[in-house]
Write a protein of this length. Structure first.
Length: 284
């Protein structure tokens, strides 16, 4: 049995925004929120006389205050807390596996829109076998904007599309599907080649998108869906489309890697530069 929406909190503005987003999502889903704070391990061998009690008291107070704020803002919302000390990555991964969704905060890249996702968040986002949503503080999110989703029509996208349509139905929003075709080096051989490729390939890809969307439009007849094929970088296309989106949905392959968690170059670009919250959805 899952424990609703799990969100990592650490006292930062980003984590607070993530908790508020998680509460909004929990209300839409009719479920609860679990707040998780992970205590950083103290170097006890190097600092044997430093007490951990102040840190633990601060962490417990943080959880209590955050839970109280959410309950006050969302009357009737079930909010539970957990203080974990098994290390940030294993604790967040374990907590994320117990929920429907894991929500984490990300720091904006200075004065420009986007995320600065640290190594811990990046590892967790690539390891949890649940969707992970990254939220930044003070984001220019369009609450009623479309749910934008990137797909590759050459591979199965049902898990990613299903998540996007489900989220759009909850928000009474439309789905904006984007497929980007990255041209190879041959496209630069002459200026006339790109229009020729567009005329030959884009209509076929659009028909493939129609076929991919048909079962989801039948399942969610109340959700309007539009799609487009763009020539160029998929990451750049999704980042540009994030400006008026309420949520951007990107897939992550769950294939194992000797190098550890892998989210892919497109997801990596979107996570770092999207102006809207980003949902990273694992799929085969």
């Amino acid at each position: 049995m899952t424990q609703g929406i799990v969100v990592g909190v650490d006292g930062t503005e980003q984590a607070r925004a993530a908790a508020e987003w998680a509460a909004d999502e929990a209300v839409l889903r009719g479920t609860g929120v679990r707040l998780v704070h992970v205590k950083e391990p103290s170097p006890e061998l190097l600092l044997p006389f430093v007490s951990r009690e102040p840190d633990e008291s601060w962490a417990e107070d943080l959880l209590v205050r955050t839970a109280a704020e959410l309950r006050a803002r969302y009357p009737g919302l079930s909010v539970t807390t957990r203080l974990a000390d098994s290390g940030p990555i294993p604790a967040l991964v374990a907590a994320g596996e117990e929920g429907e969704l894991l929500v984490l905060g990300s720091r904006a890249l200075g004065s420009v829109a986007g995320y600065l996702l640290g190594s811990t968040g990046l590892t967790v986002a690539g390891a949890v076998d649940r969707p992970v949503v990254l939220v930044r503080a003070h984001g220019a999110t369009a609450p009623r904007g479309p749910v934008t989703v990137g797909v590759d029509v050459r591979r199965s996208a049902d898990t990613v599309l299903g998540f996007a349509f489900d989220e759009a139905a909850r928000r009474d929003a439309r789905v904006h599907v984007v497929f980007a075709l990255q041209l190879g080096a041959f496209a630069g051989l002459g200026p006339a080649m790109v229009p020729d490729i567009r005329l030959a390939v884009v209509p076929e890809l659009e028909r493939s998108l129609d076929d991919s969307l048909a079962p989801w439009q039948a399942k969610y007849p109340e959700v309007a869906a539009v799609h487009r094929v763009v020539i160029g970088s998929a990451g750049q296309a999704l980042v540009e489309a994030s400006g008026d989106a309420s949520l951007v949905v990107v897939g992550r392959h769950t294939r194992p890697s000797a190098l550890g968690a892998h989210i892919g170059s497109v997801a990596h670009a979107v996570l770092h530069h999207s102006r809207a919250p980003v949902a990273l959805v694992p799929h085969e």
